[in-house]
Design a protein around this ligand. Structure first.
Ligand code: B16
Ligand code: MG
Length: 217
C-alpha cells in the first residue's frame, strides 16, 4: 500500500447536499422534479453529464448556449453554499487519517470530477496533505471511465495495484475497479456492492487498519 487516492464530494467533505440544493433549484426552475434518488445518480458525474441527466428527465432539448447558462447558474448557487461552509464540515476523522498516512509516507492523491475541487480543499484547509490533485479541470472523461484515477496513480508514481481508491459514488467505484484499484466504498453496501470493501465513513480508519484491510481482501 503505497498510495491512497480520495474522491472529494461525499468522501472528504459532504458537499453532495449542496449539489442537491443547487441542482434541485435549477431543475425545478426548468419544470423538472428532482429527488434524492436523482441526486444519487448524479454523484461522481461531471457537471455536463449532470445537466444532461436533468434535461433528459424533463425531455428538454436545449442549445449549447442555454446549457452553458444553466450550468453557470447552478454553479453559482452551489458556490454560494460552499463559500458559506464552515471549515469543520470536513468529514469526521478525515484530517486525522490524512495526517496519519503522511506520517507513514503513503502518497496522497485527489481523484475528483469537480472543477471546484481546489477551492473546496482550501476551504476546509486540507490542500497541504495532497501530493497530486486530479480534478474536473484536468480530466477529459467522466467517471465511470477510470481516467481520473489512472492519472492520479501516474502523478503519484505508483502502480494501480499498490494504491487504494476511496469513493462514495457508484460511477466512481466502477471507475476505480475498471482501473484495477483496490476500492473502498464509502456509503451503503447495497449501492456500492462492486467495491472491495464498503465502510459507512472514514471514522474507523488509520494506516494500520487500512493496511490490514488491503492485505486481507
Ligand atoms: P462541479 P467527486 C463530483 O465530485 C460530484 O460528486 C458530482 O455530484 C458533481 O457533479 C461533480 O463533482 C462535478 O462538480 O460542478 O463542482 O465541477 O465526487 O468526483 O469529488
Ligand atoms: Mg463523490
Amino acid at each position: 500500500m503505497k498510495a491512497c487516492i480520495f474522491d472529494l464530494d461525499g468522501v472528504l467533505v459532504d458537499t453532495a447536499k449542496y449539489h442537491f440544493v443547487a441542482w434541485k433549484r435549477l431543475a425545478n426552475d426548468l419544470g423538472v422534479s428532482f429527488t434524492e434518488h436523482d441526486n444519487e445518480q448524479l454523484k461522481g458525474l461531471s457537471r455536463d453529464a449532470s445537466l444532461a441527466y436533468i434535461l433528459n428527465k424533463g425531455k428538454i432539448s436545449a442549445s449549447a448556449s442555454e446549457k452553458e447558462v444553466w450550468k453557470e447558474q447552478k454553479n453559482s448557487w452551489y458556490l454560494e453554499l460552499v463559500n458559506a461552509m464552515p471549515e469543520d464540515e470536513v468529514l469526521p476523522n478525515c484530517k486525522e487519517l490524512l495526517h496519519n498516512l503522511k506520517q507513514h509516507n503513503v502518497k496522497i492523491g485527489l481523484g475528483s470530477a469537480s472543477k471546484n475541487a481546489k477551492l473546496i480543499l482550501d476551504r476546509v484547509n486540507i490542500t497541504k496533505y495532497f501530493d497530486a490533485i486530479i480534478d474536473g479541470t484536468v480530466t477529459s472523461k467522466s467517471k465511470p471511465d477510470p481516467e481520473v484515477f489512472l492519472l492520479g496513480a501516474q502523478a503519484l508514481g505508483t502502480h494501480t495495484n499498490e494504491c487504494i481508491v476511496f469513493e462514495d459514488a457508484l460511477s466512481g467505484v466502477k471507475a476505480a475497479k475498471t482501473g484495477g484499484f483496490f476500492t473502498v466504498g464509502i456509503g451503503e453496501p447495497a449501492v456500492l456492492s462492486e467495491a472491495d470493501v464498503v465502510l459507512p465513513n472514514l471514522m474507523t480508519l488509520n494506516y494500520e487498519e487500512l493496511k490490514k484491510i488491503f492485505t486481507e481482501n
